[in-house]
Design a protein around this ligand. Structure first.
Ligand code: HXH
Length: 334
């Protein structure tokens, strides 16, 4: 039994792409019926990150990740894996010898292979696509790669190795490089350069994940279009992996709003409408659009990056009712 009267989002875009949401062990309970009705894909928000699954060299903790995979099976949802290699949420043990001295390249890559074999192998039947490497590109400056323990220890090779290990662990999985500020022309060109060099080396990379942590004002739609065109020119498939539409500019610090003003919800509706119209133009190359949450009762943007500020980035409100943005998407396509 459910009480939904609006069309299902996944049905609105059934001919275009999968519609996903990031979930966690709380939201699969508090948002269960919303997730089951509107979405056909999920991603674990945190539970499949390195430090969650593998807190110590000899300790794996699969409990919460398994719960999310079971939820996907229960509701016949596709599942994306997030994420195998990242500079955050990764235990420091990985980069140290037992003695505490810095690990060398060989040890780090051997540990990475073992981690990927275990994790990708475990979820073979559940996960069809993995974010293999997350956020390896430097935002600013001319350096291609962000400084990190990965780069420091193994050199740039860690990226290709991660994709090779993941491909060996599950030859059927689609393997993605995933990053944010992906529509910024400077960073876009660097992401393109990385992907091109991986493809030229024969590395098994199948797609690029555009995180799409956007707001009412940025990025410009023309920049999104140019980024899609540029990535697609590599012959890769594209997914929006972490979409949200913050009501605040990146550097806005205001904390006075206790509920979302109608004029901002209207701007958000317009923005979602033109965005999804654009995404539909590229339905041949975009295979999935995942929101980094499902409804405004829970978003990682509450208190981040501004403490004491709530945000309302999604298509459904705090009661899970469709917002003006939802109506615009369903109206055009339903
Ligand atoms: C994503 N990073 C991650 O992929 C995802 O795993 C996580 O759950 C949420 C978001 C996006 C991100 C990138 C840089 C960043 C913050 C978030 O850096 C900032 C740090 C402080 C203030 C603003 C940005």
């Amino acid at each position: 039994m459910n009480s939904f009267t609006e069309p299902a989002l996944k049905a609105v875009f059934a001919e275009d792409f999968k519609i996903g949401a990031a979930v966690n062990p709380r939201t699969i309970i508090t948002q269960e019926s919303l997730l089951a009705y509107h979405f056909n894909s999920i991603t674990a928000e945190n539970e499949m990150k390195f430090e969650s699954l593998h807190p110590e060299e000899d300790v794996y903790r699969f409990g919460q990740a398994d719960e999310l995979a079971a939820f996907a099976r229960k509701h016949s949802l596709a599942m994306r894996g997030h994420t195998l290699v990242w500079h955050n949420q990764t235990g420091s043990w990985l980069f140290e010898e037992k003695s505490g001295r810095p690990a060398g390249k060989e040890l780090l890559l051997a540990r990475l292979k073992s981690h990927i074999d275990t994790v990708v192998g475990r979820y073979k039947e559940d996960i069809y696509a993995w974010d293999v490497v997350n956020e390896a590109i430097a935002d600013e400056g001319s350096e291609l790669l962000r400084p990190s323990k990965w780069l420091e220890t193994a050199g740039p090779d860690f990226i290709a190795k991660a994709f090779e290990f993941a491909h060996e662990a599950d030859p059927n999985a689609l393997l993605f490089y995933n990053d944010y500020n992906e529509s910024n022309p400077h960073k876009r060109d660097k992401i393109y350069t990385l992907l091109k060099s991986l493809l030229d080396q024969g590395v098994p990379v199948h797609g690029v994940g555009l995180q799409a942590h956007w707001n009412l004002y940025d990025p410009a739609l023309d920049d999104v279009r140019a980024a899609i065109e540029k990535y697609a020119s590599l012959g890769l498939q594209l997914q929006l992996t972490e979409l949200d539409m913050s009501l605040f500019r990146f550097d806005d610090r205001r904390t006075d709003l206790k509920s979302p003003p109608a004029d901002l919800l209207e701007l958000q509706a317009e923005r979602y409408e033109v965005l999804f119209r654009l995404l539909k133009e590229y339905r041949e190359v975009i295979s999935s659009v995942t929101f980094w949450g499902a409804a405004d009762d829970y978003t990682w943007l509450d208190d981040f990056p501004v403490r004491g500020r709530k945000n309302w980035p999604f298509l459904f409100d705090e009661q899970h009712a469709p917002k003006p943005a939802f109506a615009r998407l369903a109206g055009r396509n339903g």
